[in-house]
Design a binder for this molecule. Structure first.
Ligand code: PTT
Ligand code: SF4
Length: 618
């Protein structure tokens, strides 16, 4: 079936669901084939929707902000790791473009319900749950759900709608608009680090339930079936598969410790003396099972029993940030903090930053509360205070950038963020390339777009050279562009080495069209520039190159421990590297895309609009 008008294009449903919570209205709208072919899906759709439909300067927590759940042409199709979608909005944490990728049956069910994206605006008068079932959408009173944890919410909704329903929900943190609240699914999948949960809460939307029964529009169903089966088989034969199933991302703890990049004591140090107690091998001893996203045969969520005797799921980032970064060397306790964050709906990376920052502020006597490194009970209480905005928690709920501004002194130097989004779990005292990857990520300091650190450590680590800039751009296109817009999990390719050509083959069977890797890279570049334009349009004359510079701590305070004792970044060399990055991107010295770059990518209209906010270079 051809769902996209004149062009014979398969793969996409060709329909968005536009929901207005203020009016209890949901309308299906068809979109044009050119949107699919130029922006693909997931992040590409989200960025285009927010650029086209969001008034510049919109308050992120106002009814006017739009919360977008967007999938791509490969989402939900029975091929390896295709159970993911993107959740996006203007971020309340950064004021710029924000998104995250979440693995959930909701992604699959949304596509089977016939939609490639759901765009939610307005604000319900009282708490609601949106139930999308094939062509119907209903608004269900959620008064009895408000205040429940994400686990309780999903559990109760499953008892109503059945176990195959796809559900995303927020916890008390999202309800209380904590600026790093996320959207949670399946008791351990979390998406939307820059406050997508807070945006959902500001709309009085507790959960979305998706149920779909349609088959997806596949160009070559027989070939697709065979290819998909071959893809799953191929994953099983990859040499890293067995170890991956044992540890998932957790082996990165030992790797980070060996290579002095493990965030420790609020990123003050890069090695932790109790790393072996929270690493992949320690985890294996207490692991009870694997859990993960739908349509995946390499599930990576490590389930353990935590110190509260409950099940918790462990990944590298969670343990590094809620373990080493707050000086906690007890894995079951770190797991409990992780599980509490999942229940409350808080991003663990930002949370680990906020906790580390607060302990440091306490140790420096900049706040009256007495807190110390590695104290489980104190951390647990503080997490709840943040989710419910109690006492000091109310300040911390705004994120480290805002908390540092309130505390004053030199706190801004060790508030670890870029553009307001807290840094993920790689210390960059001795990693200029990874620092640039954080500086130039699409949403703030996230590793998702360019995880350069492993490549950097194994090449010329100290270099500020061009080769790192080229690699970052390549990674930003593949990870931040291709995988985010197709939209499928990147782990089979990035972590196990499944060749990228598999995805062009999947695309061919799904859409009936040939896309080369170069064509996909160009599509990624278009999306990347559109997101940059979104940031610039929001910030206008307040935008500066400074916004792409990582935290001062890495430049000012050398490491005092480990093999790289004495290491720190060089600001002058970083800024030279940043300007070279801009040149390669076709941006001016402020980091703003030039007219010619936008034109080359078919974004003339974007250039015209952006020129009203800042003067664009030719
Ligand atoms: C992602 C970020 C990450 S990145 C982790 S661990 W990682 C943290 N996980 C959290 C969690 O758990 N609970 C919680 N309350 N907060 C959390 N915050 C942190 O969120 C995740 C996996 C992982 S595990 C990674 S790297 C890969 N990310 C992918 C991506 O971004 N795109 C893509 N196409 N494929 C990806 N595959 C992998 O997915 P955000 P998930 Mg996540 C308990 O959401 O906002 O992007 O932040 O999505 O379904 O949970 O899978 O070592
Ligand atoms: Fe989800 Fe992990 Fe499987 Fe990716 S590898 S789809 S993150 S369970």
């Amino acid at each position: 079936m051809n769902r996209l008008g004149e062009l014979c294009v398969f793969g996409w449903n060709g329909v968005f669901l536009q929901v207005d919570l203020s009016r209890n209205k949901a309308v299906a709208e068809s979109y044009d084939a050119s949107l699919a072919l130029n922006f693909f899906g997931g992040r590409g759709f989200a960025a285009k929707i927010l650029w086209d439909r969001l008034k510049p300067g919109t308050d992120p927590l106002s009814p006017e902000n739009k919360l977008v759940f967007a999938a791509g042409p490969l989402t939900g199709i029975g091929l390896p790791n295709s159970g993911k979608f993107v959740v996006a909005a203007k971020s309340p944490l950064t004021g710029g473009y924000g998104d995250g990728n979440i693995g959930s049956a909701a992604a699959v069910q949304m596509r089977r319900a016939g939609y490639d994206a759901v765009i939610i605006e307005g604000k319900a008068e009282t708490p609601v749950i949106l139930h999308v079932k094939d062509k119907t959408a209903e608004f269900i009173d959620a008064k009895d759900f408000w205040g429940l944890s994400t686990f309780e919410t999903e559990d109760q909704l499953k008892s109503i709608y059945g176990h195959s329903a796809g559900i995303v929900s927020i916890g008390p943190a999202g309800e209380n608009r904590v600026k790093f609240a996320t959207v949670i699914s399946q008791e351990g999948r979390s998406g939307g680090r820059p406050g997508m949960g807070a945006v959902m809460g500001s709309k009085n939307l507790k959960a979305v339930v998706f149920e779909g029964s349609e088959s997806l529009p596949i160009a070559q169903p027989k070939e697709m079936k065979e290819l998909s089966a071959a893809g799953y088989r191929e994953v099983l034969t990859l040499p890293l598969y067995t170890f991956w199933k044992r540890q998932g991302t957790m082996s990165t703890i030992e790797w980070s410790q060996e290579n002095s990049v493990l965030p420790t004591f609020n990123f003050r140090e890069a090695v932790f003396d109790k790393a072996d107690k929270i690493g992949g091998f320690a985890m294996e001893k207490i692991k009870v099972s694997n859990r993960g996203c739908p349509q995946c045969n390499m599930t990576c969520g490590n389930v353990v029993r935590d110190s509260d005797r409950k099940e918790a799921e462990l990944d590298y980032e969670n343990v590094a940030m809620l373990g080493a970064n707050i000086g906690l060397g007890n894995l079951r306790q770190a797991a409990a903090l992780n599980r509490i964050a999942d229940e409350l709906g808080l991003d663990t990376i930002s949370l680990g930053n906020v906790l580390g920052f607060t302990i440091e502020a306490s140790q420096k006597q900049l706040i009256s509360e007495k807190l110390d490194w590695g104290k489980f009970a104190e951390a647990k209480e503080l997490i709840k205070d943040i989710a419910y905005r109690r006492g000091l928690g109310a300040t911390l709920a705004e994120g480290v950038q805002a908390a540092a501004a309130k505390i004053g002194n030199d706190a801004g130097d060790w508030a670890m963020h870029v553009k307001g989004l807290e840094v993920s779990a790689y210390n960059c005292h001795a990693a200029p390339g990874m620092a640039l990857a954080y500086g130039t990520s699409a949403i703030g300091a996230h590793h998702k777009d360019a995880w350069l650190i492993s490549w950097e450590v194994h090449t010329d680590r100290g270099s500020y050279g061009e080769e790192k800039i080229n690699k970052i751009i390549e990674m930003q296109h593949i990870r931040g562009g291709v995988f985010e817009s197709l939209t499928v999990c990147r782990f089979p390719s990035i972590s196990l080495g499944l060749e990228l050509q598999w995805y062009t083959r999947f695309l061919r069977a799904t859409t009936g069209l040939d896309f080369t890797l170069n064509a996909l890279a160009e599509m990624s570049e278009r999306i990347w520039n559109l997101i940059r334009a979104f940031w610039i349009r929001e910030y206008g004359s307040k935008w500066s190159q400074e916004m792409d510079v990582p935290p001062a701590r890495w430049f000012k305070e050398p490491l005092t421990e480990g093999a790289l004792k004495g290491a720190k970044l060089d600001l002058t060399r970083y800024n030279i590297m940043l300007r070279q990055y801009y040149q390669k991107r076709g941006w001016d010295e402020r980091g703003i895309p030039k007219k010619s770059t936008l034109k080359r990518l078919g974004l003339e209209d974007v250039a015209k609009q952006l020129n009203k906010h800042v003067n664009l270079a030719e």
